[in-house]
Design a protein around this ligand. Structure first.
Ligand code: FE
Ligand code: ZN
Ligand code: FE
Ligand code: FE
Length: 185
């Protein structure tokens, strides 16, 4: 009797410390959230290095300008991510995003292989839009997770960046119409 009681108490104690004041799945969701932040933090930093090469290879001034303003936006997004880390009580750590590394590599391959001029712009736009869509997906998920986790400030900041990525994507769609389509007409 005494032993059984002791065992029960011990196992209760263990369970309680694992789930302390947390809903089921909360720890896993926070881990997904934190891992996702580290991933996109790396991705944004990689983009700050990659976008200048795209600007250099672009022909149409509309594309050069669009990429240049998004480069500045990207730098501010890195700072905003640091605010998100802090709002979540996490350290800003970058962890290599294999997906973004791959998207950047593909962009470089396109720029090496394309004929110069407006058709190279088409290739750069295609690569850049894949990047934006990856970011939209990442920030959308992270913002939703932040909300579920009760990290309201983080949710708002992440949503703000998602809106910027959407606008950047729409701008690239417009540039395809204005530059590539017009050139071929
Ligand atoms: Fe971004
Ligand atoms: Zn990523
Ligand atoms: Fe990733
Ligand atoms: Fe972006």
């Amino acid at each position: 009797m005494k032993n059984a009681e002791k065992t029960t108490r011990n196992s209760n104690g263990e369970t309680a410390s694992k789930t302390k004041a947390a809903k089921p799945g909360q720890d896993q969701l926070f881990k997904f959230f934190e891992d996702g932040l580290k991933d996109i933090y790396w991705a944004e930093k990689a983009l700050v290095k990659a976008i200048p090469k795209m600007i250099k290879n672009a022909t149409a001034s509309e594309l050069k300008d669009g990429l240049t303003s998004h480069l500045e936006e990207t730098k501010a997004q890195i700072t905003r991510l640091e605010e998100v880390f802090s709002a979540a009580d996490s350290k800003p750590v970058a962890k290599k995003c294999e997906a973004m590394a791959g998207l950047i590599k593909e962009a470089e391959e396109i720029m090496e292989a394309c004929e110069s001029g407006v058709m190279c712009d088409a290739g750069i736009i295609a690569a850049a839009q894949k990047v934006e869509h990856y970011e939209i997906a990442s920030y959308g998920t992270l913002s939703a997770y932040a909300k579920i986790l009760g990290l309201e400030k983080a949710a708002i900041l992440l949503h703000e960046t998602m809106e910027e990525e959407k606008a950047a994507d729409e701008n690239l769609t417009a540039i395809t119409a204005n530059v590539v389509e017009l050139e071929m007409a």
